[in-house]
Design a protein around this ligand. Sequence first.
Ligand code: DC
Length: 220
Amino acid sequence: MSAPVLTIDGPSGAGKGTVSRLLARKLGWHYLDSGSIYRALAIAVQEQAVDLENIQELVRTASTMALEFDCGDALVVRLDNQDITAQLGLESTGYSASIVAALPEIRLVLLQKQRDFLKMPGLVADGRDMGTVVFPETPYKVFLTASNAKRAERRYKQLKEKGIDANLSSLAKEIEERDRRDRERITAPLSMASGALFIDSSDMTIDAVINQVLNHYFPA
Ligand code: DC
């Protein structure tokens, strides 16, 4: 019997990361932040100065990058033995990630890397195509969204808390552009999986979102 998986898909800033991490803790399951894999690739591509037009080199970079997730009290991510945790959270990294993520060849290489995270007793997987492409067989799917204004506001707060300087209106524009690219790409675009539980978190607390998911799929 394979391990169960709960997928949480949605646009950036909907609260997927926080909600998924807490749900994984409550359920005692593993956690996959698939966005960080695309973000790590964007960093590798930049560091190795790979030409974005050179698909073969991009594919080579994606298949050879050695990623390590150290899930202690605070998550530490290493790329080829180098700590990239701080760089990973930058808005510019998310933006570049969304560009490399639009390439079908790249998505194919990263598909198995993501499926390898599925282990007993279960997995909470957060991203854009977790319920549609990576784990389509699972009956536990959530589509989490929020209004554009709320999502920009949340990202702004998150960046400020990390001590990263940000401008709310340019952040809102960048998020909108990134979402449009994620929704409109040909391969595995951001879309709601059929049968997914739809949640608009605009006016909800994190606890309320978590309770709605648990009551719906795993009632006590
Ligand atoms: O969730 P995030 O902001 O860390 O994701 C960064 C980018 O990576 C996002 O804009 C699109 C891409 N991504 C993707 O294409 N598929 C995923 N499952 C997760 C992220």
